[in-house]
Design a protein around this ligand. Structure first.
Ligand code: FAD
Ligand code: FES
Length: 266
């Protein structure tokens, strides 16, 4: 076995990645930087399935890739402490290692967009992180990026500065403690631009709103979450129904987590 303990089990890639840094960027929200060969294969919108480094938690935890640096072979993950697994991740520090499966899922389709195009990014709360890599890659190609972010309150605001380096950013908070009071729909309904593509990730209510608003848009994408077990398409713990079908379903881990609007039942 090579020094990074990289193994390929069929289509599944496992690697012991190095923790380069970890920082609490907002209350209970952490940014973890990992380094390893797996970074080479990562795309915006994919996720990593992380083994909790103790003996009590058998199931891996899925966390989205927030940004990718292929030169340094590093990726950034941003997660909120929800329970025991994410609490244990938050204790990791530089020099520790993490057993990682991935990159999993399909990722966002960023093809055929250039300086002629304009895209809308919509993120809510801890759903904002996977949109950062989308913004960085499209901005580097000259695509005009407009981002609308929604948070519960001022303390929860993340990645505003980083996204503002890629284009115009609107921030809303439910309680009005920062930015525009209300949710992302308050901003989106007043945008009069036509967008060539829409990329979104957030809580179920926001995803339903984006799905309805851009239902027939040819390039509007939702990054969805569900409770996962295997994270590799085998157990069907994460399925969503397809409109007008009783028999066809989609696995969030393998067929997603990114779906076109109008293609799954929310
Ligand atoms: C594709 C995908 C990408 C994700 N990306 C991120 C990310 O970038 N940052 C981040 O903070 N979180 C992300 N999540 C959610 C994250 O996986 C869960 O918060 C985490 O697994 C909780 O583990 P835990 O052991 O801390 O909590 P647990 O003890 O397992 O659960 C604590 C609470 O969190 C809820 N929960 C657990 N798993 C999920 C889930 N998959 N979706 C919704 N609620 C859940 C439980 O119902 C429970 O209420 C993602 C989930 C998916 C499916
Ligand atoms: S978590 Fe097993 S199929 Fe998706």
């Amino acid at each position: 076995m090579n020094p990074t303990c990289k193994k390929r089990l069929g289509a599944i890639r496992l690697e012991t990645m190095k923790v380069v840094a970890q920082e609490e960027i907002a209350p209970a929200i952490f940014e973890l930087v990992l380094e390893g060969e797996m970074v080479e294969a990562m795309r915006a919108g994919q996720f990593l399935h992380l083994r909790v480094p103790d003996d009590a938690h058998l199931l891996r935890r899925p966390i989205s890739i927030s940004s990718i640096d292929k030169v340094k072979k590093q990726c950034h993950l941003i997660y909120r402490i929800e329970g025991a697994g994410t609490a244990i991740f938050s204790t990791l520090s530089q020099g520790d290692t993490l057993d990682v499966m991935g990159p999993q899922g399909n990722g966002f389709d960023l093809s055929d967009l250039d300086e002629q195009n304009q895209v809308l990014l919509v993120g809510g709360g801890i759903g904002v992180p996977p949109l950062l890599e989308v913004a960085k890659e499209l901005h580097a190609r000259g695509v005009k990026v407009v981002t609308v972010l929604g948070f519960a309150t001022k303390d929860a605001v993340i990645l505003e500065t980083e996204l503002a380096q890629c284009g115009q950013v609107f921030v809303t908070t439910d309680d009005g403690s920062y930015g525009i009071k209300g949710n992302v729909s308050v901003v989106i309904k007043d945008l009069d631009s036509q967008f060539d593509a829409v990329y979104s990730c957030g809580a179920p209510g926001m995803m339903k709103y984006i799905n309805q608003t851009f239902y027939d848009h040819p390039r509007a994408y939702l990054s969805l979450e569900s409770r996962m077990a295997c994270g590799m398409g085998a157990c069907y713990a994460c399925v969503l129904k397809v409109p007008e079908s009783e028999t066809v379903s989609q696995r969030v881990c393998e067929d997603g987590p990114v779906f076109r609007t109008g293609t799954v039942v929310l």
